[in-house]
Design a protein around this ligand. Structure first.
Ligand code: PAF
Length: 277
């Protein structure tokens, strides 16, 4: 496994593989790897001969009041996990490699970036779309894989890659859950024992919403009841529980695939989750 910190070295390696006729995959991450990430890495082996993973805690997707400085950084452990999984290349740029002092360009997927998560984290998807566009251009993979845990992020990235004609296939990977249903996330390490015990309620409640909507219940009632249940269970506040069109994230129309999405605070930790109807 090669650990590379510059764009030039990454391009040399990937270019040589491509010349040899090999397909290349990329799993972009911010490190603090868990089995959710590793399942994306495993999924990549069916899609490409060469597997690359990037690790970069991207400052531009954190608001000033968010957890950029405290975000878990577990570099040695991450590299050991990736080596064991047989990854070929780990691209680990530092902030100066990614953003020069006079960096001025931002990528924004309008509309999709302003709703749901975007209402509560207004700069988040601009930071994500910009860094992912850069990572894709820097590493030039044939296919890039993103977890469905961040469902809106996956929708934003698909739209960005399509709008910019990036020659890469964007693939989603199923959410990996703890045995009690809690979606794996690097931020779960922030939860106290009491909060950890309550956290699976988020998955339980959105599963309940999906079942009710499937049975024909009114979407507003199902979402309002789930919000109330989460608050009674100990969630400090609920940013949203919503049912949206699974592809566009618009309000669902008749006969369209639907997705339940939610974000809620447990103490100082913000959890998100989603599930298909
Ligand atoms: O999902 C993440 O870990 C990040 O948002 C991503 C896609 C690596 C961009 O920084």
């Amino acid at each position: 496994m090669q650990v590379v910190r510059t764009v030039t070295e990454t391009r040399q390696l990937v270019g040589a593989w491509r010349q040899g006729g090999e397909r290349i995959s990329l799993v972009p991450t911010m490190g603090a790897l868990h089995d959710g990430h590793m399942s994306l890495v495993r999924q990549a082996s069916d899609l490409a001969e060469r597997r690359a993973v990037s690790i970069f805690v991207n400052p531009t997707q954190f608001a000033p009041n968010e957890d950029f400085t405290t975000y878990p950084r577990t570099e040695e452990r991450d590299l050991a996990m990736l080596e064991k999984a047989g990854v070929d290349l780990v691209f680990m740029p530092d902030v100066t490699q990614m953003y020069k002092d006079d960096h001025r360009t931002k990528v924004e997927v309008q509309g999709l970036s302003q709703i749901l998560e975007g209402q509560f984290r207004p700069q988040f998807f601009i930071g994500v779309a910009t860094v992912v566009a850069k990572l894709l251009i820097q590493t030039m993979p044939d296919v890039a894989i993103f977890g469905e845990k961040d469902y809106q992020q996956l929708c934003v990235i698909r739209a960005m890659a399509r709008d910019l004609d990036l020659p890469v296939e964007i693939v989603g990977g199923a959410t990996v859950r703890e045995s009690d249903g809690l979606a794996m996330s690097s931020r779960n390490t922030y939860l106290s024992n009491t909060e950890r015990a309550v956290a699976p309620r988020l998955h339980e409640e959105i599963t309940g919403v999906a079942a009710r909507v499937k049975d024909g219940d009114a979407i507003e009632d199902a979402c309002a009841d789930a919000t109330q249940q989460l608050e009674s269970a100990g969630f400090k506040s609920v940013d949203y529980v919503a049912v949206r069109d699974a592809e566009t994230l618009d309000m669902p129309g008749p006969g369209r695939p639907m997705r339940v999405l939610a974000a809620a605070w447990l103490g100082k930790t913000r959890l998100i989750d989603n599930i298909a109807v």
